[in-house]
Every structure is written in C-alpha cells, then in structure tokens.
Design a protein around this ligand. Sequence first.
Ligand SMILES: [Zn+2]
Length: 82
Amino acid sequence: MSKQYHVIDLVDDYLHDVLIAHDAEYVAAHCESCSVCAIALAEARQRVDAFAKLPPAEPSDRLIKRTLTKIVSVAVHRRRTS
Ligand SMILES: [Zn+2]
C-alpha cells in the first residue's frame, strides 16, 4: 500500500487545470477519500466562483500613460549610463 499524501497545496492548481494528468487524477481520488483535502477543494471552488463574479478590472488611462512614461524614462536613462 502506497503512502497517501495530502493535496491541500495542489487543489487550486487542480481546479485551474495546470497539473499533469497523473497528479490531477491523484488529487481527485484523494479528495474523495480525505475529508480535510475535500474541504480544501471545496474552498478552492468557492474562490474560483468568487473571482468569476468580480467585474473585470481595467487600469485607468492615466495609470497606463504614467507607466509608459516611466518605462521610457528608465530605458533612456539606462541607455545614457551604459
Ligand atoms: Zn488529504
């Protein structure tokens, strides 16, 4: 019998589908038999649902212009000093 490892640190990756197939299968199977990790998975699903309900956040035109100006000034400064 192989040792079972908790998957609390992997439940978010599992939900975002970034695990390799073997690890995703392990997480799914483990959460069916471990109440601690099943709760962690349920909480992760709640986080995903909560983020999905948020309106998209766009930076203001002012922030974009200031950021681009800063990037250009740093690039010019580096070119002059190197
Ligand atoms: Zn577990």
